[in-house]
Ligand binder design. Structure first.
Ligand SMILES: NC(=O)c1ccc[n+]([C@@H]2O[C@H](COP(=O)([O-])OP(=O)(O)OC[C@H]3O[C@@H](n4cnc5c(N)ncnc54)[C@H](OP(=O)(O)O)[C@@H]3O)[C@@H](O)[C@H]2O)c1
Length: 322
């Protein structure tokens, strides 16, 4: 039942217009929360607004249209969230899109890396002031925690050598595992982090851009074998009310994930955090979303021979990290 009165919690959902993100938005609106949904499609945002109105929750719902594969757009989103709410209790990270061929953003980054991993890094750090203003904040990163397959290939983070849809998705999943470890080991706020693998779930938003026959096969498999969104997200809907005491936890389809797995290796997590920070500086320039922004700004010696970053520069040359 929808609660009246002041919102219970403030929840931000990236990729909140479809699939599990949309499910989280509606579930938390029903709980009486104020919810911000972020997605790139204005039409999906409008539809969700109508659903919020149907729940008598339109005054607690806000849609931000944004392309989260863009660093500038993530900055704009964080600014808008801060204007709307001084405190954020939960950030649910769902935005993802499978890309059948390699695409590069206007900022010079491979699009799956930029959307599925980098946006999550930027929002997780960029909302640090809003997390610290909330009593028990939590980030729920819905990806593939607990899977062993794949790794982060530091020599080809942008998939310049070998591109495949599956490989980019797997690598971004492993990057999100390392992001969780890094947020726990080197936190920029008091936020708790829950990494969640929902298992095969009946959502179709991420495959609309795929070609046949792959699209048809996934649609058929989804109809036959995938679980409903409500079932997949149920544990995460509950986590918002009662975040774990531990800074980092992993959950694979209801089972705890062993964080000693190689996929959460602390050294790799530190390395990815450092490389990501440097990548943003070189490809884009300084950003208030970056953790330790002031410290890094004054110490650019780690950039080696790379150009000094300047905000607004055109995308720089491709960079390889080893
Ligand atoms: N479904 C599964 O079986 C499954 C299994 C394991 C893990 N996962 C993971 O769970 C998460 C959620 O999956 P899902 O299946 O629920 O996703 P989905 O149905 O494909 O929805 C993806 C969401 O991301 C948004 N989005 C896509 N590109 C965007 C962009 N450039 N900027 C902003 N928003 C963008 C979409 O909204 P717009 O269209 O409005 O942009 C949509 O709201 C993903 O990370 C996925 O990898 C899913």
């Amino acid at each position: 039942m929808v609660k009246q009165g002041p919102p219970k919690k403030t929840v931000v959902v990236s990729g909140g217009t479809d699939g599990m993100g949309r499910g989280m938005v509606l579930a938390r609106l029903k709980q009486g929360d104020a919810v911000i949904a972020i997605g790139s499609s204005p039409e999906k945002g409008r539809q969700l607004g109508l659903e919020a109105a149907g729940l008598a929750a339109d005054d607690r719902f806000h849609f931000i249209r944004a392309d989260l594969s863009s660093i500038a757009e993530n900055e704009r989103v964080v600014t808008k969230i801060a204007e709307l709410h001084p405190a954020v209790d939960a950030l649910v990270l769902c935005a993802n899109r499978q890309s059948p061929r390699r695409e590069v953003t206007a900022e010079g980054l491979e699009s799956t890396f930029a959307l599925y991993y980098l946006s999550r890094y930027l929002l997780s750090h960029g909302l640090r002031a809003q997390f610290d203003a909330a009593p028990a904040p939590v980030i729920i990163n819905i990806a593939a925690a607990g899977l062993k397959v794949g790794e982060v290939n530091f020599a080809d983070l942008q998939y310049e050598a070998k591109y495949s849809t599956i490989r980019t998705q797997i690598q971004a999943g492993r990057a999100n595992d390392l992001l969780g470890r890094s947020l726990a080991d080197d936190p920029s706020s008091k936020v708790r982090v829950v990494l969640y693998h929902p298992g095969f779930t009946k959502t179709l938003g991420g495959i609309t851009h795929l070609k046949q026959p792959v699209k048809g096969i996934i649609t058929l498999l989804s109809t036959m074998a995938a679980k409903p969104v409500e079932k997949a997200i149920a544990p995460m809907v509950a986590v918002i009310d009662d975040p774990p005491a531990e800074v980092l936890t992993g959950n694979n389809q209801g089972k705890p994930v062993d964080l000693a797995m190689k996929t959460f290796d602390p050294a790799n997590a530190r390395k990815l955090a450092s490389v990501t920070h440097r990548l943003v500086l070189t490809q884009y320039g300084d950003s208030p979303l970056l953790p330790n922004a002031t410290k890094e700004r004054t110490d650019t010696s780690f950039l080696g021979g790379l150009d000094s970053p300047r905000q607004g520069d055109a995308p720089h040359r491709p960079i390889e990290f080893s």
